[in-house]
Design a binder for this molecule. Structure first.
Ligand code: GAR
Length: 198
C-alpha cells in the first residue's frame, strides 16, 4: 500500500475532504493508496480529532519545542518517514520549510494555496486579491519547491470575486473549491505517478 501523509496546522477541512474522497472513491482499490497519517505542528489543530475518529494515525510535532527550523524539520521528517510516504500533502500547514526538507520529498510533496498562483503567494491572499481589484480569485495545487507558494502547478480552480466581497466571504467561497480540487488533484497525481487509470 502507498502511504499518504497529510500535514496540517488548523481546522483540517482540506485534510477531511481528502480523507472522505479516499474512502468514497476507493483509492485503496484504485491506486493502492491510503491516508496513513496526519501530522500537525499544533496540538490544538481541529483536524487531529477527525483523523483519529477515522482510525488514521496522528502525531504532533510542536515547532516551538525546537531551537531552529532545521531541527523542527528533522523531527517532522522522522514522524513522516515512519510511514514511508509515497506522497506528502501540505493541507493548511503554515510553516516555512527548509530546503533540506523540500529536497528530501522532492517530487512527492504537494501544497494547496488559496490564490491563482503565481499571484498572491504568502499570507492575506484574499484581502490582497480584493484590494488589487481582481475580478476572479481561486485556488492552486502545486508541487513544492523551496520558494514559498511556488512550484509546478498541478491544478487550479477559478472563483469569482463578487462586488462588496470581504476577505472572509471570498475565503469561504474559495475553500469550498479547495475541497473539490485537492482530492481531484491528488487522485490525478496518484494515477499518473503510480501508473493506475483515473
Ligand atoms: C486553506 O485555505 C489553505 O489553502 C490555506 O490554509 C487554509 C487551511 O484550511 N493554505 C495556505 O494559505 C498555504 N499557503 P484547512 O485547515 O481547513 O484545510
Amino acid at each position: 500500500m502507498k502511504n499518504i501523509v497529510i500535514l496540517i496546522s488548523g481546522g483540517g477541512s482540506n485534510m477531511a475532504a481528502i480523507v472522505r474522497a479516499a474512502e468514497r472513491d476507493r483509492w485503496a482499490e484504485r491506486f493502492g493508496a491510503r491516508v496513513a497519517a496526519v501530522v500537525s505542528n499544533k496540538a490544538e489543530a481541529g483536524g487531529l480529532a477527525l483523523a483519529k475518529a477515522r482510525g488514521i494515525a496522528t502525531a504532533v510535532v510542536p515547532h516551538q519545542a525546537f531551537p531552529s527550523r532545521e531541527a523542527f524539520d528533522a523531527a517532522l521528517a522522522t514522524e513522516i518517514d515512519a510511514h514511508a510516504p509515497a506522497l506528502v500533502v501540505l493541507a493548511g500547514f503554515m510553516r516555512i520549510l527548509t530546503p533540506g526538507f523540500v529536497d528530501r520529498y522532492a517530487g512527492r510533496l504537494v501544497n494547496i494555496h488559496p490564490s491563482l498562483l503565481p499571484a498572491f503567494p504568502g499570507l492575506h491572499t484574499h484581502q490582497r486579491a480584493i484590494d488589487a481589484g481582481c475580478k476572479v480569485a481561486g485556488v492552486t495545487v502545486h508541487q513544492v519547491t523551496s520558494e514559498l507558494d511556488h512550484g509546478p502547478i498541478l491544478a487550479q480552480s477559478v472563483v469569482p470575486v463578487l462586488p462588496g466581497d470581504t476577505a472572509a466571504a471570498l475565503a469561504e467561497r474559495v475553500l469550498a473549491q479547495e475541497h473539490q480540487l485537492y482530492p481531484r488533484a491528488i487522485a490525478g497525481w496518484l494515477a499518473d505517478t503510480l501508473g493506475h487509470s483515473r
